[in-house]
Design a protein around this ligand. Structure first.
Ligand code: HH2
Length: 288
């Protein structure tokens, strides 16, 4: 039986820093330095454009910058290790020159996590939840880094073929719990772990809406809850492709997620979401 109750975690420890998770939820800004990401692919593929994007996100009030060198969109081709390192490491170095904000690396590879942390990243965002490469956990543990464990059914190439669940929330919760245990076995302290139900990763649109309605199931795991809905297909199916409509639908989904217990939202449009999170923070503070 899945408990749907729980109090959202108040803090997240990442490499000697403690991120305060409330009442205003944190905005994780997406920076994909890839040619093929579903939304911003190719836009920040040079160091100059990536640096300019970091400067803009900082000016817009981003709290964490999530840097990814491999697209996880359905059907994406795997990126070789050398190429992912070549994409990500200079951008981490540039981000450290521009700001002192927490930096996250979005990778499934232990070696990329290790190199990114050595270059100064603070968080490993692992969409494989340690299933694809468990050595990600050792890299995070060595540095006391934050570790995001995201649920995915299957793997990116095939995950949207025919996603099926008999108990959607219960299965995702169980798998996140198992991932938390894998992390603990590799020496990752619980206070550095965050979980994410993986919107769009082996889920239909109906699954994604149901997950957003039932986020309490994951809050009760007792660690920070991160949610990433930004510009995803289930929102496109709802409002179409117009960027302004898609941004508004993303804001609505993120506010709903935070009222249900999410404490970090992963988004492309930083400015709109920082403003939305200021207002959401007032609502959450008012709950007492
Ligand atoms: N979604 C994407 C990538 N990484 N990480 C977490 N923790 N949660 C998410 O929902 C999530 C994620 C996919 O979005 P995007 O980065 O915009 O696209 P792509 O994977 O094509 O680069």
């Amino acid at each position: 039986m899945t408990s749907l109750e729980g109090t959202p975690a108040a803090a997240w420890r990442i490499r000697g820093r403690t991120l305060d998770l409330g009442p205003r939820p944190l905005v994780m800004g997406i920076l994909n330095v890839t040619p093929d990401s579903f939304s911003d692919g190719g836009a920040y593929a040079t160091l100059a454009t990536a640096r300019a994007r970091i400067e803009t996100m900082v000016a817009e009030g981003v709290d964490i910058i999530d840097i990814g060198g491999e697209s996880t969109r359905p059907g994406a081709q795997p990126v070789p290790l050398d190429e992912e390192l070549r994409r990500v490491l200079p951008v981490i170095e540039a981000a450290r020159e521009v700001c002192d904000l927490p930096l996250s690396v979005d990778t499934t590879k232990g070696e990329v996590a290790r190199a990114a942390l050595a270059a100064g990243a603070h968080i490993v965002n692992n969409v494989g939840a340690l299933r694809l490469d468990p050595s990600v956990a050792e890299a995070a543990a060595e540095h006391g880094a934050g570790l995001v464990l995201m649920h995915m059914q299957g793997e990116p190439r095939t995950m949207q073929a025919e996603p099926r669940y008999t108990d959607l929330l219960g299965e995702i919760r169980g798998e996140l719990e198992a991932a938390m245990e894998r992390a603990a076995v590799h020496g990752v302290p619980l206070g550095t772990v965050a979980v994410d139900p993986g919107i769009g990763f082996g889920k239909t649109a109906a699954h994604n809406w149901r997950i957003l309605q039932g986020l309490g199931a994951f809050v009760s795991l007792g660690v920070p809850l991160l949610v990433g809905t930004s510009r995803k297909r289930f929102l496109r199916e709802c409002v179409g492709e117009d960027p302004a409509d898609l941004a508004a639908a993303t804001v609505a989904s993120c506010v709903a997620a935070c009222l249900a217990g999410a404490r970090v939202i992963r988004v492309h449009d930083v400015r709109a979401h920082r403003a939305a999170m200021e207002a959401t923070g007032r609502l959450l503070a008012g709950r007492g």
